[in-house]
Design a protein around this ligand. Structure first.
Ligand SMILES: Cc1ncc(COP(=O)(O)O)c(C=O)c1O
Length: 286
């Protein structure tokens, strides 16, 4: 049984309880992170904690812990998890308070950390890619905040689930934003292109890793707006996220992307990503 951290204590998941008046439950007044762990080594924790700080600042919630303390608190959850590869989920809500939308003057945040099984892409997914559909991005205008208020994402993602697809790729005003739980890169004339960071997308940690890999490979990724026509005409389409890593989309809205199999630029980046991951797995535990 996995051990979780809740408000200063470690306990079995089954024993973890939060009050029903918690503003995370009542309003979705909460932020979160999902951080991959490979061979019990946590991946890019500093980047995730930096984004967590951005999310907390955006919702006007003080960070309950320093970076060093977060690291200390997460370590026992990793150590006691059943598997070597995990997804560390951490969530901070504004805490319990009488129901009123205005932010209470005094509130004690709820802090929760658990280890989930990590479902990294299978060899079959890496070899053959996945399918996706497009939909109009009808989420709010603060998609850079990693909040648990995910109802729009849930409904958009369900459309691709209904269609038997892995992801819903979102278009706002005729331009690509991101997936419901991933960033999106396209390959145009052999070059990876991705929408620039803005309030319309989550600044993905994997997005940054892909940009770094591009720099190392001498295949720089362009950050510029991508039109709907470019998305549909792209030579390759990739989804990136902490759990999808780099995943090729080979069918979009029922039509083949390029020849309908993961392309050469994908394979180069995917190989580099795996080598990077392997180096982390052999590296020091944090
Ligand atoms: C909406 C959205 N965009 C992008 C991402 C990718 O972010 P990361 O690479 O940090 O996992 C996620 C991850 O869950 C997401 O939910």
């Amino acid at each position: 049984m996995s051990t979780v951290f809740l408000n200063g204590e470690y306990m079995p998941l089954e024993s973890a309880r939060v009050p029903v008046l918690d503003r995370g439950f009542i309003f979705g007044d909460a932020v979160y992170e999902v951080i991959p762990v490979y061979n019990r080594r946590i991946f890019r924790l500093d980047d995730h904690l930096r984004r967590l700080q951005h999310s907390l600042d955006a919702i006007r919630l003080a960070n309950p812990y320093t970076e060093a303390r977060w690291r200390e608190l997460i370590a026992p959850v990793i150590a006691r998890a059943e598997t070597d590869d995990q997804g560390i989920y951490l969530q901070i809500t504004r805490g319990p308070a009488p129901r009123d939308q205005a932010i209470p003057a005094h509130c004690t945040p709820t802090v929760f950390i658990m280890a989930m099984p990590l479902t990294a892409p299978s060899p079959d997914t890496i070899a053959h890619g996945v399918s996706a559909i497009t939909a109009v991005d009808d989420r709010w205008q603060h998609c850079d905040i990693k909040t648990t208020s995910l109802l729009a994402n849930v409904l958009l993602r369900q459309r691709s689930a209904d269609a038997g697809c892995t992801e819903t790729i979102l278009l706002r005003d005729g331009f690509l934003t991101e997936g419901t739980a991933s960033n999106v890169f396209v390959v145009v004339d052999g070059q990876p292109v991705t929408p620039p960071k803005s309030h319309l997308i989550l600044p993905g940690v994997t997005y940054d890793v892909v940009l770094e890999i591009g720099g190392q490979l001498g295949v720089p990724c362009l950050q510029r707006p991508v039109s709907e026509a470019e998305l549909h005409g792209a030579e390759e389409i990739w989804l990136t996220s902490s759990t999808k890593e780099i995943t090729a989309v080979v069918h979009l809205d029922g039509r083949s992307v390029g020849p309908g199999e993961p392309g050469p630029v994908y394979r180069t980046f995917q190989g580099a990503y795996q080598r990077y991951k392997e180096a982390v797995m052999r590296g020091p535990r944090t």
